[in-house]
Design a protein around this ligand. Structure first.
Ligand SMILES: Cc1cc2nc3c(=O)[nH]c(=O)nc-3n(C[C@H](O)[C@H](O)[C@H](O)COP(=O)(O)OP(=O)(O)OC[C@H]3O[C@@H](n4cnc5c(N)ncnc54)[C@H](O)[C@@H]3O)c2cc1C
Length: 382
């Protein structure tokens, strides 16, 4: 049976140096009033913030310089990610491109796609969305029915994607489509494509979320042409490519720090003399947080060694998002307040922001049932 190893990792001096750099950048952003940490998070879409973060060198950090990257290590990138989250920075415009689409193109895209797209992502000017889920294919991605037919010079896509975050404001989607008819091996015959959202044959319709905001979309492809060199990998490799992309998506600190600002506000509000219950619960949450951080940084170490820790990433995503869901519940018990986005009080605002988004934390990027199935398989239990 396979056993997990989450090796302890001591961050090297250059990672700590990077921490000082990103903290100074974020401090200046807050001091000049460019964002309000208690109301924003990694999914807040703010292109101007992304452009400034890129200028400071915080996007595409690990990529080669020839594609606009900084040639930093995964550990230096890890530090920047956790500092952005701790500061509640609004990195939503570049987040997906930096976290998964760019690395996917770098690893498996054509040379033209690399040269055309990666420098723009690293400049904070090009954003991506994820075209995986379909109306009848969310958890069961292999059931995807969107299809791509071969034509001269490329492929023609027909089908529908759903829950596509930010499709209405990103430049590209990475779309999973069937390039061969469904066969007994459901994982065969799928391929991934980089689709320009300004192409002909794409219609994007909004779906409002719980807080009344427009993040989600339904995306219709009607004979949408994609050139050959915008395929990721080779025809039929889609299943391997998409599971690799999900490993980038699941292991980072964004899977346990989405509402960390609320915890910080709670600790500030309680002050230096907590009652016994408050001390016990805050201590427990802090211990969970430290464990998650160790697991996630250990995965950054595996990535640095060129490994693809798919099962470990599923574990971090499952345990991490359960932690994120627990934070508002615990906060509500320890220091009850009337939560409102319109309140002057930052704690009340932070609570309202989290309450409206927390239900999605365990769904986006894979539900607990699916992740636990993957973990069981990784452990050789099924
Ligand atoms: C905030 C947010 C942002 C999102 N952004 C994107 C995006 O940008 N791009 C994108 O492609 N998708 C996106 N999604 C979609 C997300 O990935 C799916 O919602 C998720 O994978 C679940 O799929 P589903 O909604 O079809 O639910 P279903 O797959 O229908 O699942 C419904 C329930 O059944 C359970 N279930 C399903 N199969 C099994 C099984 N085999 N065994 C046990 N239980 C099972 C699930 O755990 C779940 O509880 C987003 C979702 C959210 C909430």
């Amino acid at each position: 049976m396979h056993a997990f190893r989450f090796e302890s990792l001591t961050l090297p001096p250059e990672a700590e140096e990077m921490r000082r750099k990103v903290r100074a950048f974020l401090q200046e952003e807050r001091d000049t009033g460019r964002y309000a940490a208690h109301r924003t998070s990694w999914s807040t879409f703010d292109p101007e913030f992304s452009k400034r973060a890129a200028k400071a060198g915080f996007i595409g950090m690990t990529w080669p310089k020839q594609y606009g990257g900084g040639e930093y290590s995964n550990l230096q990138r890890f530090v920047v990610t956790e500092e952005m989250l701790a500061a509640g920075a609004p990195g939503g415009a570049h987040w997906i491109a930096d976290r998964q689409s760019g690395p996917q193109i770098l690893k498996h895209g054509s040379e033209r796609a690399r040269q055309l797209i990666l420098p723009k992502i690293a400049a904070g000017e090009c954003y991506f969305g994820i075209g995986m889920s379909e109306p009848d294919s969310g958890s069961d991605l292999a059931a995807a029915r969107t299809k791509a037919d071969k034509v001269e010079g490329g492929w023609v896509i027909n089908g529908t994607k759903i829950w596509t975050s930010n499709a209405h404001r990103v430049h590209y989607l990475i779309v999973l489509a069937r390039t061969e008819p469904l066969s007994e091996n459901r994982h065969a015959g799928l391929s991934q494509f980089i689709v320009d959202t300004s192409s002909e044959g794409i219609e994007i319709r909004p779906i409002m979320n719980l807080s009344g905001g427009h993040e989600f979309n339904e995306v219709f492809f009607k004979s949408c042409f994609v050139p050959d060199d915008m395929m990721i990998g080779k025809p039929g490799e889609g299943w391997t490519r998409v599971t690799g992309e999900l490993a980038f998506e699941r292991a980072g600190p964004d899977r346990f720090m989405s509402d960390i600002r609320l915890l910080v506000e709670l600790v500030d509000k309680i002050g230096r003399e907590p009652n016994e219950r408050q001390a016990v619960e805050i201590g427990r949450l802090a211990a969970h947080f430290a464990t998650l951080r160790r697991m996630s940084s250990s995965i950054a170490g595996l990535l640095e060694r060129g490994e693809s820790p798919v099962t470990e990433a599923a574990l971090v995503k499952d345990v991490g998002t359960a932690f994120e869901r627990e934070v508002p519940e615990m906060v509500r018990k320890l220091l009850p307040i009337e939560a409102s986005l319109d309140d002057d009080d930052e704690y009340s605002q932070a609570m309202a922001h989290v309450l409206l988004h927390a239900p999605s934390f365990t769904i986006r990027g894979g539900t607990p049932e699916i992740l636990r199935g993957m973990i069981a398989r990784g452990l050789g239990l099924r």
